[in-house]
Ligand binder design. Structure first.
Ligand code: UT7
Length: 323
């Protein structure tokens, strides 16, 4: 028998305000046509002025707990993937912990930018497999609208706000790839590329800063590294592209998603797509896509999923799990 981290519940939250591409035409030299054709994005959600990342995360956490039939007090650990925590400290995870009525266990943030949720899943898996936690709430939540330079058309049209969450629970499996739960994880980073995507503010500047990105360079790395990590994770447990029911990619750009699927050998009909409705929500994009995929009736119990993401750092990775 092998211990597995199995998905018990999933949920998400999107702020009420929906911003179509046409909004940007009013203030920038851009067009709905450019944004759609270069990124696949049609609209995104932006948080209200009084909504912070921990608020979005709390809504998603409550939805995931409800879908699992659990309360906050049933959870041993909260891991929140975000690069836009409300404050420098304490972690947004501890804010969520108190909001869901969890007074025991522990909570912490993971900061790996767009790869954050994959890193958080891998950490949650390790906590469960090592016996340090039985039930882990894993959240991805972001308010990237707070770090946009609204005069930079090459970045501000691409990002959005949102949150998604999973409840993972320890369960005995047979030790084969037919088991439900996380089957493989594969994480990487390479700080030599830290200038390709970063925020030009923080403790060292005394400002929040704005997101800066060399888009085409990040694009090039993404196409190469995402298929590689997904292949590697699948291979490590004796699986291949034909075994995959759904690729659940980080939703940054439809062209990256299509190229990666092609390299992996998985048709686009087996890829969960939400980029058109959410834009790039960084660490929230994969749990949002998982939750929406379940809501749409695409992802079902027993399906084999591979998630993959890349972002600032560069940091990237993938997780193979059976839903
Ligand atoms: O989530 C973290 C990881 N991030 C990503 O994966 C993002 C990766 N990169 C990308 O998705 C793409 O590189 C972008 C969508 C950011 C840009 O697409 P691209 O096809 O690489 O375009 P480009 O940056 O090469 O720009 C092409 C042209 C440029 O004009 P010139 O120099 O050819 O005259 C840009 O100035 O498009 C121009 N441009 C725009 N035009 C209208 C850039 N942004 C805009 C815009 N509207 N919003």
């Amino acid at each position: 028998m092998t211990l597995r981290a199995v998905v018990r519940g999933v949920g998400h939250y999107l702020p009420e305000r929906v911003v179509p591409n046409s909004e940007f035409e009013k203030t920038l030299d851009t067009s709905d046509e450019w944004i759609r054709s270069r990124s696949g994005i049609e609209r995104r959600h932006f948080a209200a002025d009084n909504e912070n990342t921990s608020d979005l995360a709390t809504h998603a956490a409550r939805a995931a707990l409800a879908s699992a039939g659990l309360k906050g007090s049933d959870i041993d650990a909260v891991i929140l993937a975000t690069s836009t925590a409300d404050l420098t400290f304490p972690s947004a995870a501890t804010m969520v912990q108190s909001e869901i009525g969890m007074t025991t266990g522990f909570a912490f943030d993971v900061q790996a930018v767009c790869a954050g949720f994959v890193y958080a899943l891998s950490n949650a898996n390790a906590l469960i497999l090592s016996g340090q936690a039985k039930r882990v709430l894993v959240i991805g939540a972001e308010t990237f609208s707070r770090i946009m330079d609204w005069t930079d058309r090459s970045t501000c049209v691409l990002f959005g706000d949102g949150a998604g969450a999973l409840v993972l629970e320890a369960e005995e499996g047979a030790g084969t790839s037919d088991d439900r739960g996380i089957l493989a994880t594969d994480l990487h980073s390479d700080g030599r590329y830290r200038d390709l995507l970063y925020v030009d503010g923080g403790i060292s500047t005394g400002t929040n800063g704005f997101l800066r990105m060399q888009g085409p360079e990040v694009f090039r790395h993404a196409v190469e590294k995402l298929a590689q990590t997904a292949h590697h994770a699948l291979e490590s447990v004796g699986l291949g592209a034909d075994d995959v029911d759904w690729v659940v990619p980080h939703q940054a750009n439809i062209r990256i998603i299509k190229s990666t699927a092609k390299k992996l050998g998985v048709p686009l009909s087996r890829v969960i797509l939400t980029v058109q409705d959410h834009g790039n929500t960084s660490a929230a994009s994969i749990p949002l896509a998982l939750s929406v995929g379940v809501e749409r009736g695409q992802i079902r119990q027993g399906d084999l999923l591979v998630t993959e993401a890349i972002g600032g750092g560069l940091a990237w990775g993938s997780v193979v799990l059976r839903w």
